[in-house]
Design a protein around this ligand. Structure first.
Ligand code: DGT
Ligand code: CA
Ligand code: CA
Ligand code: ZN
Length: 579
């Protein structure tokens, strides 16, 4: 554990002791120990190695032992026990600005407050203001702090983060002092949601860059402003970190701050096995690792170089989740990941016939504009009445219209006629077989009863998977990222059923869905499950969602071969029995 983590941990020990009402001297020992470490100039490792930690004023015998333990093992039983003894709801209260151990203790003892919710209630009822040492003002401050916390703590959709990155990154790169700039972190790894943004910049003159970053338009708050590190919060709640490093450290820093933590751990182990030490500063022989933070002994002119120096193939950021990518890179076994350009069309799209915003002709034209070979039309079925779902008669009219459009030769893209058929609550489909048989394909989706129990939902989905007319299942779990949890289901059973019935599963590319989750795709695809990436388009610009879908597919280790809509038109026609 490094110094900064130890400082944080000592502080939280102090706070927990305070909440528990422990002896103030004991409490103070941890706070002052943390402060002492903070101001200590020497390298903590060296001080410990020399056995001099206990000599430092402010660090007593008990603390010395604990710090040494943390530094060498990263563990402390005392801390774990303490954490277990304090209700977790009370620890959450620490995130409310203005609340420390003492105040939390008072709230807990006098009002029985043990969570953010009960604190909110007590404030709203005016009870907090009545407590000694609190008052109206404090109560108000606490309430607004709780509101902010909710907004700030929230993660953001990758899609929304992308918009922010697309604004900041070009401007950053245009600054004269900036040699190189990238957005690292979970954003670069293409995670479906992003906590904060992490910008990494190469420059020998950080000051003007820091100033620019901390005074951009749209900033709500500058939360840190150092010489080479700054953090901001934008209006709307998204937070961003900026780190400026010398050019020779850039690719090491980029790699480190791209993460993930698990990936970094594996990379450091790999380096160690070669007698090297890898960090955000560079890659150098282990014995010199504390020597300097200057240029590493190994030079990297690209991120590829970082991997090459460790005898590894380049691992695309999407795969850096510590899920075997380093081992695969060692053995030359990384997948040749799917690319956006591989897509030749898509199958889950809505028109004005149900709840889409564009006509058949308009979306056909858009498919041509994007150079797609085919496009599937899948409007809602009648059970989705809130989405103006089509009944059999309207659907069959649409089928004829699609045939006519294909025959008219007006569009290059071939149109397939389909339907997004509701999977009714027992697993029955919303259309008779006689209607389904007249379609080119069927997307079957669940739109109601999303909170059925696991067993019922699993059976329901499997029944649809087994239906011979069903080509693919739409947005399997029904989740809406940051808004609605996935329905409960036995996912392996469902995947096995899809395999057995040769039913395709959709990877819904709507940035709020990205469903089925990328975490299931790797193993499923290894077994032969076929994926179809669909934008679930309700407007022309929703076709852009395919980018987010490809992102998620890449995180699931999918290659072109795993994805149905990379196949050429002739193969698709064959598969659907239409040629
Ligand atoms: P987020 O922001 O929650 O969506 O996730 P990340 O992955 O962007 O995490 P963040 O912003 O805390 O840190 C960016 C990267 O920096 C992270 O993926 C790995 C690296 N990193 C940060 N803190 C640590 C750490 O304590 N240990 C290690 N090994 N790596 C770290
Ligand atoms: Ca981040
Ligand atoms: Ca960060
Ligand atoms: Zn749907």
């Amino acid at each position: 554990m490094d110094k900064k983590d130890i400082i944080d941990l000592l502080e939280s020990i102090g706070t927990m002791l305070e909440i528990k009402g422990e002896n103030p001297f004991k409490v103070r020992a941890y706070y002052s120990g943390a402060r002492t470490l903070q101001t200590m100039e020497e390298d903590l490792g060296e001080v410990i190695a020399a056995g001099r930690l206990g000599d430092i004023p402010g660090i007593g015998k008990a603390l010395t032992e604990k710090i040494e333990n943390l530094y060498t093992t990263g563990e402390l039983e005392f801390y774990d026990k303490l954490v277990a003894s304090v209700p977790s709801g009370l620890m959450d209260l620490l995130e409310v600005p203005g609340l420390g151990g003492k105040k939390i203790k008072a709230l807990h003892e006098q009002l029985g407050i043990d969570s953010i919710e009960s604190l909110t209630q007590a404030c709203n009822a005016g009870k907090v203001a009545e407590l000694k040492g609190f008052g109206e003002k404090t109560q108000e401050k606490i309430l607004s702090g709780i509101k902010n916390r909710e907004a700030y703590a929230a993660r953001h959709l990758w899609w929304d983060a992308r918009r922010v990155v697309d604004e900041i990154l070009p401007e950053l790169r245009a600054l004269p002092q900036v040699e190189r700039a990238e957005a690292a972190g979970s954003f670069r790894r293409g995670m479906e949601t992003v906590g904060d943004l992490d910008f990494i910049v190469a420059s020998s003159n950080p000051a003007p860059i820091m100033d620019w970053f901390t005074s951009m338009v749209g900033i709500a708050e500058v939360t840190a402003h150092g010489d080479t590190k700054a953090s901001i919060r934008l209006e709307g709640g998204m937070q961003a970190d900026l780190r400026v490093v010398p050019a020779e450290q850039f690719y090491f820093a980029l790699h480190h701050f791209t993460g993930s933590k698990d990936h970094n751990v594996r990379m450091r182990q790999k380096a160690l096995s070669m007698g090297l030490s890898l960090s955000e500063w560079g890659l150098r022989p282990e014995e010199d690792k504390d020597a300097s933070r200057q240029a590493g002994t190994i030079v990297a002119d690209s991120e590829e170089d970082v991997f090459k120096a460790l005898g590894l193939n380049f691992v695309p950021p999407a795969l850096r989740e510590g899920m075997g990518e380093v081992e695969a890179a060692e053995k030359n076994e990384l997948p040749d990941l799917l690319q956006y350009e591989d897509l030749k069309g898509c199958f889950h799209n809505h028109t004005t016939a149900s709840d889409g915003r564009n006509s058949l002709e308009e979306i056909a034209e858009e498919a041509d504009r994007r150079g797609w070979a085919y496009l599937g039309i899948a409007d809602h079925s009648k059970a989705s009445f809130q989405a103006n779902g089509l009944d059999g008669e309207r659907l069959l009219k649409q089928v004829s219209a699609i045939h006519e459009l294909n025959e008219s030769g007006g569009f290059r893209a071939h149109l397939f006629s389909g339907s997004e058929v509701d999977i009714l609550s027992g697993g029955r489909l919303d259309f008779e077989d006689s209607i389904l048989e007249q379609l080119d394909y069927v997307v079957a989706s669940v739109h109601n009863g999303l909170s059925q129990d696991e067993e019922t939902m699993t059976d329901r989905l499997i029944r649809a998977i087994e239906h011979p007319a069903v080509t693919m299942i739409g947005h399997l779990s029904g989740r809406l990222l940051l808004r609605r949890e996935a329905s409960k289901m036995k996912i392996q059973k469902i995947i096995d059923a899809a395999l057995a019935n040769e039913t395709i599963l959709e990877l819904n590319a709507n940035p709020m869905r990205l469903d089925m989750d990328w975490r299931h795709w790797r193993r499923a695809a290894e077994k032969g499950l076929v994926c179809c990436i669909n934008p679930d388009a309700h407007a022309l610009h929703h076709f852009d969602y395919q980018l987010a879908g490809v992102n998620a597919a890449r995180k699931g280790w999918l290659t072109k071969e795993n994805v149905f809509n990379t196949r050429p038109l002739s193969e698709i026609k064959n598969y659907l029995g239409k040629s």
